[in-house]
Design a binder for this molecule. Structure first.
Ligand code: HEC
Length: 163
């Protein structure tokens, strides 16, 4: 019995040590700034942009009556506004074509002030879209969606995305 308990205890000890190690590693990974390499930053940026594209597609589908529901418009608009804020952090130095396959133009890093104007416009126009969604005024919403598309998406893509 004693030997069994001892062996059991040793096994548990090893088990807890293993758990502790995993916990420590996880906490370390969470608290340390990730070693974000350029390729990782590009993948992150594409994921963010794909999400932006997804919300826009969803909104258009709702407005055309193809699917979804008008009550979803606010959530999509607020998601776009939140992603627009993230966009300004999605182009760190070292995430250009030298780091991996990307359509982000070199101009982003060559003309940072111009690029900041593009992200600022995206942030303010998507915020206005979310505000329009809150009023429930579909005409105003549709009009502002046009502005987001033209000033936001197209404005930035034509200047800073090489395709
Ligand atoms: C401030 C600039 C900027 C704004 C605003 C912007 N984009 Fe982009 N977008 C880019 C750049 C640059 C890329 C290329 C990213 C890359 O390849 O690293 C891109 C890529 C994309 C992609 C392709 C993602 C992939 O997987 O390669 C989609 C889809 C997209 N954008 C949709 C949109 C839509 C829709 C809007 C507006 C609602 C928008 N973007 C607004 C700069 C912008």
């Amino acid at each position: 019995m004693w030997t069994y308990q001892k062996a059991h205890y040793a096994g548990q000890k090893a088990h807890y040590a293993g758990l502790l190690l995993i916990l420590t590693l996880t906490l370390t990974a969470l608290t340390m700034p990730a070693q974000a390499d350029g390729a990782g930053a590009i993948a992150y940026r594409k994921a963010v942009m794909s999400s932006v594209g997804g919300h826009l597609k969803a909104i258009v589908g709702i407005l055309k009556g193809q699917g979804g529901d008008k009550v979803h418009l606010l959530a999509h608009a607020e998601s776009l506004a939140a992603l627009a804020v993230i966009t300004q952090d999605a182009f760190p130095l070292g995430s250009d074509a030298a780091a991996g396959k990307t359509d982000a133009a070199a101009r982003i890093w060559e003309k940072p002030q111009d690029f900041k104007r593009a992200t600022d416009a995206f942030i303010s126009e998507t915020a206005a879209l979310a505000a329009a969604a809150k009023t429930g005024d579909l005409r105003a919403f549709g009009k502002q969606l046009g502005v987001v598309g033209k000033v936001g998406c197209k404005g930035c893509h034509s200047a800073f995305r090489s395709k």
